[in-house]
Design a protein around this ligand. Structure first.
Ligand SMILES: *[C@@H]1O[C@H](CO)[C@@H](O)[C@H](O)[C@H]1NC(C)=O
Ligand SMILES: *[C@@H]1O[C@H](CO)[C@@H](O)[C@H](O)[C@H]1NC(C)=O
Length: 384
């Protein structure tokens, strides 16, 4: 009953919307609580890691709250699953008897979109030529990679995630998410919809994703990082998707037309901004975020998680501890004042001859003599 009421009251945010008062005027400090997921362990190799081979990485272990059953489990009844016992432990960590409200724990499950047409094009042209020339175009006449859609493989990756979540919810007692968030880029909207919309979810926890501007990919000069207008996204996204409050009609962040891309420091600062927004306004515990390789890398850095690169369609869960810190105790958010937000990214006006790591694109010139576009390298980030 209570959950239904809260959902009805939910503004632009998600279902479980309630302000975290202790965080008002405080700095929120994040950490990853390790010991719960394989991905946190230094011995786990991220390369080729597949969530579907490992129950999302949930470690098989005991928790201090095991056996505390809310419903007096009679001996001989089916034992609680790993997910149910983990969920009970996280509930306990959040309960009033254990903390004074200044600390919140959430299980953040971050999924990278399935393969998009820009991913195919980067492979087709090779990363140097992609960064120096092709990625700045909307497409090549055959393929379109400005705010690209999923390829058939990308759609299949979302279907695979759908089947895996269905099995976890049905057979393994994994809790349904309290809220869902998505990047505004179309490949994420498609991925989130393909992954979650057909799941059998509890009545109080529907799939009602919120599109949040700052969960978008690193804002490079590539057209795959320029979002469509709000009106276009509204027409594209299923009706279950909602915009966060204040979502603008135009993309006011992309500066590719001026050859300027977001710095890593800027991306981390705005990743913290969006996490602060979510943690301060969403009192749900189980949160789903559909985003991008670069942006999830940035979120993981802000959360103090080890680096863990994700292939297309891959998913990573993190147990996050957030602490509201007052006074001088809070460390300043990363890269806010001194670091430049956007910097020039060199490109060529025609397909480049090559690009040199640390130096930049080697453009072909009309005179036939190759010239270095600039001492400022185009980041060899694999923008996805
Ligand atoms: C935990 O045990 C189950 C069942 O044996 C197994 O499928 C799963 O992969 C294990 N999880 C980890 C992280 O080792
Ligand atoms: C455009 O790029 C795609 C790869 O994304 C490639 O398969 C196709 O052949 C290219 N088209 C042209 C006209 O070069």
């Amino acid at each position: 009953m209570k959950a239904t009421t809260l959902t009805a009251l939910g503004l632009a945010a998600s279902g479980a919307s309630a302000r975290w008062h202790e965080a008002d005027g405080a700095t929120i400090r994040y950490s990853t609580v390790s010991g719960y997921f394989l991905q946190d362990e230094p011995t786990t190799n991220p390369s080729g890691f597949d969530y579907a081979a490992w129950n999302f990485g949930l470690l098989n272990r005991t928790y201090p709250t095991d056996g505390w059953g809310h419903h007096q489990p009679s001996s001989g009844s089916v034992a609680s699953t790993q997910w149910q016992r983990f969920a009970r432990w996280v509930d306990y960590l959040n309960s009033n008897c254990r903390n004074d409200g200044r600390t919140r724990y959430k299980v953040l499950v971050m999924g990278r979109h399935g393969q998009g047409w820009h991913n195919v094009a980067e492979t087709y042209y090779g990363t140097p030529a992609w960064n120096c020339y092709w990625a700045e175009l909307d497409g090549n006449g055959t393929a379109t990679w400005a705010d690209p859609l999923l390829t058939p493989q990308g759609a299949a990756e979302a279907s695979r995630a759908n089947a895996y979540f269905a099995s976890r919810l049905r057979d393994h007692g994994m809790p349904a998410f309290d809220s869902y968030y998505s990047s505004p880029l179309k490949r994420c909207i498609q991925t989130a919809d393909g992954t979650f919309s057909s799941l059998h979810l509890p009545a109080g926890k529907p799939f009602r994703p919120t599109i949040k501007e700052l969960f978008r990919e690193g804002i490079s000069i590539h057209t795959c990082d320029r979002r469509s207008t709000r009106r276009e996204i509204r027409a594209f996204a299923p009706a279950s998707f909602r915009f966060e409050e204040g979502f603008t009609e135009e993309d006011e962040l992309w500066q590719g037309a001026q050859s300027k891309g977001e710095t890593e420091a800027h991306e981390q600062a705005r990743s913290k901004t969006v996490l602060d927004d979510v943690f301060a306004h969403d009192d749900g515990t189980w949160l789903s975020v559909t985003s991008h390789s670069g942006e999830i890398r940035s979120l993981l850095a802000v959360l103090g998680h080890r680096e863990f690169g994700l292939g297309t369609g891959q998913i990573i869960p993190v147990l996050v501890r957030a602490e509201a810190v007052r006074g001088g105790g809070g460390s300043p958010p990363p890269g806010t004042t001194t670091a430049p937000g956007f910097t020039f990214e060199a490109t060529c006006t025609a397909p480049p001859v090559t690009s040199i790591a640390g130096q930049g694109c080697v453009c072909s010139t009309t005179g036939g003599v190759p010239a270095l576009a600039s001492a400022t390298p185009t980041p060899s980030l694999r923008q996805m």
